[in-house]
Design a binder for this molecule. Sequence first.
Ligand code: PMP
Length: 439
Amino acid sequence: MTAVPTPDMNALWMPFTANRQFKADPRLLVAAEGMYYTSHDGRQVLDGCAGLWCVNAGHGRRPIVEAVQRQVAELDYAPGFQMGHPAAFTLAERLVGLTEGKMGQVFFTNSGSESVDTALKIALAYHRVRGEGSRTRLIGRERGYHGVGFGGLSVGGIGPNRKLFGPLLPGVDHLPHTHNLEHNAFSKGQPAWGAHLADELERIVALHDASTIAAVIVEPMAGSTGVLMPPQGYLQRLREICDKYGILLIFDEVITGFGRLGAPFAFQRLGVVPDLMTTAKGITNGTVPMGAVFCRPGIYEAFMSGPESAIELMHGYTYSGHPLACAAGLATLDIYAEEKLLTRALELEGYFGESLHSLRGQPNVIDIRNLGLVGAVELSSRDGKPGARAYDVFLECYRRGVMVRYTGETIAVSPPLIVERQHIDQLVGTLGEVLRSVA
Ligand code: PMP
């Protein structure tokens, strides 16, 4: 493909981007097929990140394209308030089916951030409709990422994301994060050390009293803050403490949902069932914005006991269950099923993990971690400037035809689940060359 001219860039305020730096040296993607993007300067770039952890079935999948085309021609939009359309119900049923009876209903949103704020609101309202309205406190975790809505930002635990925006929600506490290089550096899969960190929840309960606490939200595997694997036994411990005190446990599976860890959802791989689960991204293979909050049986029912004419939950979005998103979601689930992609990470985890760990000993590498088809290489910081080295690695990988992600001093990789061994070799091979060249 020939080069595509760069447009005038001033009018777009880019999200989570160093705008001035980017506009001085732009990286534009103009096409995508399978495992590769095409860049505006006409190069093939291996997608080492499944877009932003969302294109799990790879790019340019015809059945999704065609389903969306058919849907937009047939029913372009339908209101979701006091109205419905069949595909939303069908998709909800298929999604619930992936949980093997562990979840009962889904509530549709348009993004991960909306899923998180929806789940937090459902948790608060659930206690209230059951007569436990004193449960209003929310508990997140340091280094948690739950999107950018005020709810998600409040329970999120990333200082730089929060600091421009004032006090955020009141009544929020944070558990300590679980990342610890002293005990867990270079662990494969779930690290051995750290289950006891969940006991901090007991301390928060003792301080505020269980009767004030509505929910705990964590990512089963924290993605955006550097790919932090849950220590063995940690999530089980959180579940036990939540059960003991009647606190709802929310898993934010926006990244881990739809096969990233080798099961449809991380809760199935990790063996701990949450009460609410937030998803987005892979639900439509990244093609049409959509999110879904899953509720464990009993939650929806708690809202259904008032007068039948009453709207049970005063919440929703103009585009909840949008027909195009539903069409994309159904076609995506078909591909996941036909190609057995939701368990494919299990097959490739060994090869992927060993490849990544072969980078141990490369310059400045202080940790490597992996689980399913997600991995991270953490670097020492340069001249006390956190992120500077990883940014250079990200740029140089892109120049050499591989897209990785960087967050802080961590390089994160999460290829589409259709990845083959040769792509893993290209990804890790290029990363190794780059680590040596930027040293
Ligand atoms: N939760 C988690 C765990 C995420 O990783 C993300 C996005 N990376 C979000 C929420 C927010 O999703 P979105 O950007 O679609 O709002």
